[in-house]
Design a protein around this ligand. Structure first.
Ligand SMILES: NC(=O)c1ccc[n+]([C@@H]2O[C@H](COP(=O)([O-])OP(=O)(O)OC[C@H]3O[C@@H](n4cnc5c(N)ncnc54)[C@H](OP(=O)(O)O)[C@@H]3O)[C@@H](O)[C@H]2O)c1
Length: 212
């Protein structure tokens, strides 16, 4: 059984934890501090998952999902994430992070901060309610797509397998730099698309509109 560690026990992190437990993974969830602060939430909202520290979630997992505000990425446990497949679900979201010129390339920046981890952008563009309602078995006619972006083809393949196991059709849209095309300010952000629609989107290049 593989272990998924989720850094962030908020709206997205708890939904992804539920999906991961349902998909058969062992799941560790962390907030920013003492696990005692989130243990009740984890027990009630994500039964089957375990609350731990962020360092523990990173160290003890095969796959780590980043579900914390992007503005906090410099607090990530770099050493414990070394060598890990890291699915970056974070976005530059100016309503939370404020208007910041230093957060605009997102997953490429996260990869630069975690040089020895294998970062793939994934699970960032669909709202948590839609993710929660979305998982379907492979081949289901109403299965939804999750776009992924990464530079390392092996890591992208592994990330695609995780997305598929969670109940969504993975669609690769390019390298880490292309991940910004999945973020707030683009038509894809918040959209719930089929695999075919997502593949069509991947071939187009609509502009991203970000306030400055
Ligand atoms: N909400 C969505 O529908 C959605 C969908 C896709 C992607 N996203 C992205 O997912 C990320 C989280 O969004 P959210 O809406 O879930 O935010 P949220 O509800 O505010 O939750 C953020 C969580 O991150 C935790 N956190 C902060 N610093 C941390 C650290 N160093 N290590 C571990 N956990 C840490 C917070 O813990 P404390 O309370 O202890 O600070 C909190 O549990 C954002 O980047 C967002 O853009 C969100």
């Amino acid at each position: 059984m593989q272990t998924i560690g989720i850094l962030g026990a908020g709206k997205l992190g708890t939904v992804v934890a539920r999906l991961a437990v349902a998909a058969g993974y062992r799941v560790l969830v962390a907030g920013s501090g003492d696990p005692a602060r989130i243990s009740l939430i984890v027990e009630v909202v994500t039964p089957g998952a375990t609350a731990v520290t962020a360092a523990e979630a990173a160290a003890k997992s095969d796959i780590v999902i980043l579900a914390l505000p992007l503005g906090k990425y410099r607090t990530l446990p770099v050493a414990e994430l070394r060598g890990k497949l890291v699915l970056d679900a974070m976005n530059y979201w100016w309503e939370v992070d404020g208007i910041r010129d230093d957060l605009r390339s997102s997953s490429a920046q996260v990869q630069a901060f975690l040089p020895e981890s294998r970062v793939v952008k994934a699970l960032n563009h669909m709202g948590y309610h839609d993710l929660d309602a979305g998982p379907r078995p492979a081949g289901a006619p109403d299965r939804k797509a999750i776009a992924i972006a990464g530079d390392d083809p092996v890591a992208v393949r592994e990330a695609a397998a995780v997305v598929d196991t969670l109940g969504f059709d993975p669609v690769a849209v390019g390298g880490l730099a292309d991940g910004v095309r999945l973020e707030p300010g683009t038509p894809i952000f918040g959209a719930v698309l089929s695999q075919e629609q997502m593949q069509g989107y991947a071939q187009s290049s609509p502009p991203r509109i970000v306030p400055s």
